[in-house]
Ligand binder design. Structure first.
Ligand code: FES
Length: 158
């Protein structure tokens, strides 16, 4: 499972591939919003620009969904590593700094420390129960053989 390492909070949070970053943060009690966002935010519609985060590291390129059109517009004057959490889906493990506009005394040291610990790569699909996987594999093998046989037969016929 992907891990979101929240650098400011010093927490690693596991999530399913494809989960929304804002929803995971709120579920886990991460203080995603500054004062303005706490007083009022758009609820994840990409309109208030209060949920931004800085992605300071990824387990591999493409660990997050690409920037949406809303982000391209709303974050055009912000660093490329900034994202709107509500527009971002987590595919693989990442390091995230919440409230990047707010200072953090030992920011560089905290980021370096968070980067030093390896991030698990995480799968890119929903977990599969082992017993089901075994059955699926045998079923696939059988169907491949059958398909191969059929293909040969049909090409011979055609
Ligand atoms: S919650 Fe408003 S832009 Fe993300």
């Amino acid at each position: 499972m992907p891990v979101i390492r929240f650098v400011r909070e010093g927490r690693d949070v596991e999530c399913y591939p494809g989960e929304n970053l804002r929803e995971v943060a709120l579920r886990e009690g991460i203080a995603l919003y500054g004062l303005k966002g706490q007083l009022g935010n758009c609820g994840g519609c990409g309109q208030c620009i209060t949920c931004f985060v800085d992605v300071v590291g990824e387990s591999s390129p493409g660990s997050l969904s690409g920037r949406t059109a809303v982000e391209e517009q709303k974050l055009r004057r912000r660093p490329q590593s900034w994202r709107l959490a509500c527009q971002t889906l987590v595919q693989q493990s990442v390091l995230v700094l919440t409230k990047p506009q707010t200072g953090l005394g030992d920011l560089e040291q905290k980021v370096a420390q968070a980067k030093a610990e390896p991030l698990p790569a995480g799968p890119t699909a929903w977990p599969v129960v082992e017993s089901d996987a075994d059955e699926d594999e045998s079923a696939e093998e059988g169907s491949e053989k059958a398909a191969g046989g059929e293909t040969t037969t049909s090409s011979e016929e055609g």
